[in-house]
Design a protein around this ligand. Structure first.
Ligand SMILES: [Fe+2]
Length: 376
């Protein structure tokens, strides 16, 4: 060294610059530094108790210095000193979003996935954190898993869903019964084929995780069909980028109209996450409203929409199997499309009972299970 001191701390008008461990230069806004003082957070509630709206003037340091690997700030006009650890500051120096342990890379799967499906056992889920971890990891990475050994009770479904989050009702109510109804309000409640779809796109935020508990399945036909919508969407992105773009950008109207009900919402067929990666799909022919987009736009939209809809029915993607009584298939309703073949209603009994929880609670449960959190 030639004796020239490296810059360590420099106060500016709205923030300060400092040298962080490893020599990285960081800039931090004064409001941010005051707002995120360690004393701003209540140890009991773990929430921010400091209210920046109550400061009479914008926070400015009277003095600031580095001491014991911390930035110390004595604030002007306040009887308050903040101490920020330099390693804490380093995590925010680049303006990068906070890393999310639940953002696991998605693994695409295809029609041959059935033997490799993650299977977890209902009795073990209740008392084994490792079994719950395997289950949640499969839901985040592959978007699907089967819970086996389910008791033949309504309570078993509730118990299973509550391991991940609160029951998320839809306008159908908290639970739904998929069997032939005498006066059906939905295609699912008939013995007809049910095309590949995601559930309830008629709500502003369609439910996130779906649970379908098979209570009886002795009919002829009615094979279950599941496909990874993100695998198909990624293949479309490579094969036809313009079709992909249209499906990412076009708002598609959905509806559910019946006695006392007129639900409407708009959804994109392909959903991207913050990294512009495919994070989900929304599709439902039986709930798609009459398209009200400009007719000229439909010249390009329909071919893209039909191409993707046909991909979701293609044998490359569709996993075809028969759910057995005592199994509960759990899946990401924003990623995995599902359907069933027609069945003979008089050939036996077929009864699936379902419910939902939200995606956010799945991610929350995973983070809480696998990471320390900031306040422990
Ligand atoms: Fe469905």
């Amino acid at each position: 060294m030639d004796g020239v001191q490296l810059e360590t701390l420099m106060l500016e008008g709205a923030g300060l610059r400092l040298t962080l461990p490893g020599g990285m230069q960081g800039y931090f806004n004064y409001c941010w530094l005051r707002d995120n003082c360690p004393t701003s957070f209540d140890a009991e509630t773990r929430e921010r108790s400091f209210d920046i709206f109550h400061l009479q003037t914008p926070p400015v340091p009277a003095d600031a210095w580095i001491e014991e690997q911390s930035l110390v700030i004595d604030w002007q006009g306040e009887d308050h000193v903040s101490r920020h650890r330099l390693d804490f500051l380093a995590a925010y120096a680049m303006g990068r979003r906070r890393p999310d342990p639940a953002a696991l890379p998605r693994r695409p799967w295809y029609s041959d996935h059935y033997p490799a499906l993650t299977r977890v056992s209902h009795p073990r889920l209740k008392d084994s954190p490792e079994e719950r971890r395997r289950w949640m990891e499969a839901l985040l990475v592959e978007g699907v898993a089967i819970v086996t050994d389910m008791p033949d009770t309504d309570a078993a479904l509730t118990e299973t869903a509550l391991l991940i989050g609160q029951i998320r009702p839809t306008f159908f109510g908290p639970y739904f019964d998929v069997r032939t109804h005498i006066k059906p309000t939905n295609l699912a409640y008939t013995a007809k084929a049910l095309e590949m779809h995601t559930d309830v796109p008629t709500e502003d935020a369609a439910p996130g995780v779906q649970y379908l508990h098979c209570r009886a399945n002795s009919v002829q036909g009615g094979m279950n069909l599941f496909a990874d919508g993100t695998a198909a969407a990624n293949d479309l992105r490579r094969a036809d980028p313009e079709a992909f773009r249209l499906l990412v950008e076009t708002d598609v109207p959905y509806y559910k109209e019946h006695d006392g009900c007129d639900m409407r919402a708009r959804q994109r067929v392909i959903e991207l996450d913050e990294h512009a990666e495919v994070s989900g799909v929304t599709i439902s022919q039986h709930m798609a409203d009459i398209f009200d987009m400009p007719q000229r736009d439909l010249d390009a939209f329909y071919p893209a929409f039909v191409r993707f809809g046909r991909m979701l029915q293609d044998s490359r993607y569709v996993m075809r199997f028969s759910l057995r009584a005592g199994e509960c298939i759990t899946f990401d309703n924003h990623r995995v499309v599902h359907g069933r073949e027609a069945y003979s209603a008089t050939s036996g009994e077929r009864y699936l009972r379902g419910t939902y929880t939200d995606r956010g609670e799945l991610r929350s449960a995973w983070r809480a299970m696998t990471t320390e959190g900031r306040f422990k």
